[in-house]
Ligand binder design. Structure first.
Ligand SMILES: O=C([O-])CC(=O)C(=O)O
Ligand SMILES: [Mg+2]
Length: 392
């Protein structure tokens, strides 16, 4: 195995939407293409990008992680069975990086890790979900993944009617479960914000036959304990699918307090970027393995090499992989969900194009999606994304 080339760039994914914590007016993503030759006449190009919420990482890629990867020779890149050794390449990228303080470094490494897995699966002539099922689950892959439509963003001039119309479009696309933002009314006293959000939630629930299990709400880490508890008390009777990121993602003890008072499912983890951060959440966050949902996003958190460590840690702590529903709405996590038997995957039918979304001709039916049988992650079959990646 030999790295023939690594190319990377920055593309915008800006839009006028906002959640309770940030707007996306300046959002960018890193994109990479890695071409690998296997020494036996085959070559493959793998592609990677970071999912929304963290910005492009051109400096970290150019100064540290791409040069370290380029320096890997055949002894590092070739596994004992002749396949591409992604884990060894990952360790080479992380040489001379101290532990802790993961910051945006995990994003830069995640982009390269995604491209390496795409190339590895292409070199083996398999879809990534098939490679993962063969390697880690005795060949058993799920036949489809549960996906939910994430949206319900704040948008200038967007009222309750437009929110309900948006959710209606998601149901029309085949989704059965939807997610909306809450907690974003700027500068509003908590009791007024809560009244406004309850009205927004009730309007969407009406569309969903008042079935709370079909609606998740997302605070994006905006609340402190007082607001999280006040909202929790108001939300509890709706029995929602989950109450997401009510608190700062790193404030584990406060999660534990909230979990004592809020019985229905909580969800968090999209802003935890390493196995060790995830383990602190599991150890100290008071989350409940019979109901809560873990949203670690492999594209933002050092990639699949690290995500495999996170899944192993979860198993040691009595958590099923089925409790994991990654953030990010991308094909990488979708392959992982099907191949490794996660609980499902996020989907963004109307936001974060071209990175959000799945292969162009894979419809959602009854809230589930089947994987195409294409080598690698399958980016070539997602027309809008391929139009960006092929220029790299
Ligand atoms: O709005 C965002 O930053 C994305 C997000 O939280 C999600 O997809 O759950
Ligand atoms: Mg979220």
């Amino acid at each position: 195995m030999r790295i023939a080339s690594i190319r990377h760039g920055v593309v915008p994914i800006s839009s006028a939407i906002a959640n309770a914590y940030i707007d996306f007016s300046k959002m960018t993503a890193s994109v990479v293409a890695i071409t690998i030759e296997d020494g036996a006449g085959r070559s493959a190009t793998g592609y990677g990008f970071n999912s929304n919420g963290r910005y492009a990482q051109p400096g970290l890629l150019a100064e540290r992680f791409v040069p370290r990867l380029e320096a890997c020779d055949a002894a590092v890149l070739t596994a004992a069975d002749g396949t591409l050794n992604v884990a060894a390449a990952w360790s080479a990228m992380m040489r001379n990086e101290k532990p802790g303080g993961h910051g945006d470094r995990s994003v830069a490494v995640g982009v390269l890790d995604m491209a390496l897995w795409d190339a590895a699966a292409k070199l083996e002539g398999k879809p990534l979900w098939r490679l993962l099922a063969d390697r880690f689950r005795g060949g058993e892959a799920d036949d489809a993944a549960w996906v939910y439509a994430a949206g319900g963003y704040y948008y200038p001039g967007k009222g309750v009617d437009a929110l309900v119309e948006e959710m209606k479009r998601y149901l029309g696309l085949g989704y059965t479960t939807v997610k909306m933002k809450i907690g974003g009314a700027p500068g509003t006293p908590i009791k007024d914000a809560l009244r406004e959000d309850v009205a927004r939630i009730e309007a969407v629930l009406k569309l969903l036959g008042n079935d709370g299990s079909r609606l998740a709400v997302d605070v994006n880490g905006r609340f402190g304990l007082h607001a999280a508890l006040a909202y929790g008390a108001a939300l509890q009777p709706f029995a929602l699918r989950w109450y997401e990121e009510p608190l700062d993602p790193l404030d584990y003890a406060t999660h534990a307090t909230l979990a004592e008072h809020y019985a229905p499912p909580l969800a968090t983890g999209e802003n935890l970027f390493s196995m060790l951060d995830a383990r602190n959440l599991i150890r100290h966050g008071g989350l409940r393995p019979d109901r809560d949902v873990l949203q670690f996003d492999p594209a933002l958190s050092y990639g699949l090499v690290e995500y495999l460590r996170t899944l192993e840690m979860l198993e040691q702590h009595g958590w099923s992989a089925r409790r994991c529903v990654p953030h990010g709405g991308h094909q990488f996590a979708l392959n992982i969900a099907v191949g490794l038997g996660l609980g499902g995957n996020e989907s963004y039918p109307e936001v974060f194009a071209p990175f959000g979304g799945f292969a162009t001709n894979t419809p959602v039916v009854d809230g589930r999606i089947r994987m195409p049988d294409l080598p690698g992650i399958g980016f070539e079959a997602k027309n809008d994304l391929w139009a960006v990646l092929k220029d790299l």
